[in-house]
Design a protein around this ligand. Structure first.
Ligand SMILES: Nc1nc2c(c(=O)[nH]1)N[C@H]1C(S)=C(S)[C@@H](COP(=O)(O)O)O[C@H]1N2
Ligand SMILES: [Mo]
Length: 199
């Protein structure tokens, strides 16, 4: 059995704060956007879920604000290898938004204001694992980080957490989004280091 000399290998992550393979910790909050930051007024903001049959469920900003809000504290893992521990958000669970949505779809394609898209299995939006986040660290979500609202799905690489989220299309067949079409992994589990197709 190996003898472990504690303290000899630098700072250990705190309990529950483990880095996925190939990641390093950062304390800042980098901004990664594939294009310019769209300015979306809360007045004209709308979030829609469209099912595979074409049924459309829509929420205005006041509709979203009227729903119960949660405040998850989660770790973020970006495919460019930074991770940020213990970020606190405010937002509405996708479980809440999907509660009255009748669907047999297996997949979701997320659309953003500005044109960004990303795909994931619908199951990953359920089970208390995904939110439409509208605050970060107790304040309105900054535009560069996706305000007024972004998808937050922290158990997958952060490119799945679409900023300036506008809607989700529920699909019976998986369809790649922006980065997935460019060779990124269709699922993107940081713990299995699914960065690119074939990982
Ligand atoms: N609409 C939109 N959402 C996006 C992106 C983007 O370019 N456009 N970039 C993704 C990527 S690659 C990452 S790492 C995170 C970065 O979020 P941040 O800028 O708040 O750190 O947003 C994701 N969501
Ligand atoms: Mo990213």
């Amino acid at each position: 059995m190996a003898v472990i000399s504690r303290g000899f290998h630098g700072r250990r992550p705190e309990p529950g704060r483990t880095l996925p393979p190939g990641q390093y910790e950062t304390r800042d909050f980098p901004v990664l956007s594939a294009g310019p930051t769209p300015r979306v007024d809360r007045d004209r903001w709308q979030f829609t879920i469209t099912t595979e049959t074409g049924a459309r469920h829509a929420w205005s900003w006041p509709d979203l604000m009227a729903l119960p809000s949660e405040s998850p504290t989660v770790d973020l893992h970006c495919v460019t290898k930074w991770s940020k521990f213990g970020t606190t958000w405010g937002g509405v669970s996708l479980d809440t938004l999907l509660a009255d949505v009748e669907t047999e779809a297996g997949y979701a394609l997320v659309d953003s204001y500005g044109g960004y898209t990303t795909n994931l299995p619908l199951a990953d939006l359920r089970g208390g694992r995904a939110w439409i986040a509208h605050t970060y660290d107790g304040a309105d979500l900054a535009p560069e980080h996706g305000g007024p609202a972004r998808l937050l799905v922290p158990h997958l690489y952060l490119w799945k957490s679409a900023k300036w989220v506008r809607g989700i299309r529920l699909l019976t067949r998986d369809e790649p989004g922006f980065w997935e079409s460019a060779g990124y992994h269709s699922y993107g589990d940081p713990w299995r280091e699914q960065r690119y197709q074939g990982d």
